[in-house]
Ligand binder design. Structure first.
Ligand code: HAM
Length: 428
């Protein structure tokens, strides 16, 4: 990266996004929007900033996100504001603030936008990243868990992604956690001296979060830890059984990972992740689960819910690793070159005509040699050049050059205007 001495660089862990990457992002978002529509989800946009308490209360005070990863600042009236690290808390706040609970039936919403986490940047891990996701609020029925998983697997198939695995687990509810926490507590106390500093503090504040630890020594120790999945109450065990039966019935392959607890305190019962080996260390493409207490925790009446979110940057890495060709579906770009002295009115009229027919005209705007204009057309990925030459124009002709084939022909200007779509056909 070359920067002038006094230039200001992009903020660490954030990045500029350009075309053609943006076209791939648009394609992913359009495909996701279409899938969500098919499953009855309506789009929602919530603000990028929220009061810090919303995330502390929802995600949990003693989680990594709230303890270490939030971008938090005070506004001019000294209120603590946080750039959203995830979308679920904001959606639930909006649900409550706008009385969605009075709507008939289940509230199904989907969203899309930037999220912010002050993590150590690496491949697939940014400080500003983008997610799309959905939340289904208002039912305990396991069918919603299955539907959300199925929707996203269908979506990944539609995007032609192949290499991914669904992992599921259950993190129980208040009933089963009480007894289980005592067991885990005992185990952690016995092994405390061998744990990393972070886990030692988690053992005191929020024991279930020890499973989020990335330290291999700690993970080795947790191989022998009691796991919540083995201590579920009847209701949670039943829910987990039904989840598995439905996934089998729908022929959706899955594995159970009993150590999958995900980094948020709001989860209850079902948690899941889709991981891909194409991603390297940050292998989670999407994550989600149930959060049956969150609405009540944020001031609503008890209302069960389930949702998930997909990391768009990670999805792009996986698609690129798999070399899936992506050709944006738009009409030909046409570069209008001039050779000799020209009345720009002719150029502008031709550009208008090209544009009116849905094609995309380019022009140099600056005096340049024909060679330089053709080079620019190539750089801009234009499929055609229309060359306005003084000699040809006297005969009402123009030169149509196919930049893909490298061939060119003299054509009648009026015929070109009349039959523009025949002349500007591109192979897709
Ligand atoms: P999450 O697992 O934290 O869940 O994030 C979902 C996805 O966002 C991850 O699987 C990953 O692809 C992407 N992601 C997370 N952090 C980063 C990062 N620093 N850089 C790049 N990508 C990242 C949630 O956010 C929950 N709100 C999901 C949910 C919705 N649960 C219920 N409803």
């Amino acid at each position: 990266m070359f920067l002038r001495r006094n230039a200001i660089p992009v903020v660490k862990g954030t990045k500029d996004i350009f075309t053609p990457e943006i076209e791939l992002i648009d394609h992913i978002n359009r495909t996701a929007d279409e899938k969500y529509r098919q499953y009855g989800y309506k789009k929602i946009e919530t603000p990028i900033m929220e009061y810090t308490d919303l995330f502390a209360r929802s995600i949990g005070t003693y989680t990594d996100i709230v303890q270490k990863e939030m971008f938090t600042f005070s506004d001019r009236k000294d209120r603590s504001i946080t750039l959203r690290p995830e979308g679920t808390a904001g959606v639930v706040r909006a649900y409550l603030e706008n009385n969605f609970s009075f709507n008939p039936g289940i509230t199904k919403v989907h969203y899309n936008g930037p999220m912010f986490r002050a993590e150590r940047p690496q491949k697939g891990r940014l400080r500003e990243f983008h997610q799309f996701g959905c939340e289904a609020i208002g039912s305990m029925n396991v069918l919603l868990d299955v539907e959300i998983i199925e929707l996203h697997i269908n979506l990944l198939h539609k995007l032609k992604l192949k290499d991914f695995t669904l992992l599921i687990n259950s993190v129980g509810d208040k009933n089963c956690r009480k007894e289980y926490t005592a067991l885990l507590d005992k185990f952690l106390r016995k092994n405390k001296s061998k744990l990393c500093e972070n886990c030692r503090s988690r053992a005191d504040t929020n024991p279930l979060r020890v499973f989020d630890c990335k330290n291999p020594t700690c993970q080795e120790i947790y191989n022998d830890a009691p796991l919540l999945t083995d201590h579920l109450c009847d209701e949670c065990a039943g829910h987990f059984e039904k989840l598995q039966s439905w996934l089998k019935l729908k022929t959706i392959p899955f594995s159970i990972n009993k150590k999958l607890v995900r980094g948020f305190d709001y989860y209850t019962k079902t948690v899941f992740e889709i991981q891909s080996t194409l991603l390297g260390a940050q292998n989670a493409l999407l994550g989600g689960g149930r959060y049956d207490y969150l609405i009540e925790l944020l001031g609503g009446k008890p209302t069960p819910a389930v949702g998930t979110a997909v990391g768009i940057e990670r999805l792009m890495i996986a698609l690129k690793e798999q070399n899936i060709p992506f050709k944006p579906d738009h009409k030909a770009q046409v570069y209008i070159c001039t050779a000799g002295n020209f009345d720009e009115k002719i150029v502008i009229r031709l550009m208008d005509h090209v544009r009116e027919h849905g094609y995309i005209p380019f022009y140099s705007y600056e005096a340049k040699s024909l060679k330089a204009q053709l080079k620019e057309a190539d750089k801009l990925n234009c499929s055609f050049s229309l060359i306005l030459g003084e000699e040809e124009m006297k005969k009402d002709q123009i030169v149509l050059r196919s930049l893909e084939k490298g061939s060119q022909e003299n054509i009648d200007l009026n015929d070109f205007k009349k039959n523009i779509s025949d002349y500007l056909k591109v192979k897709n």
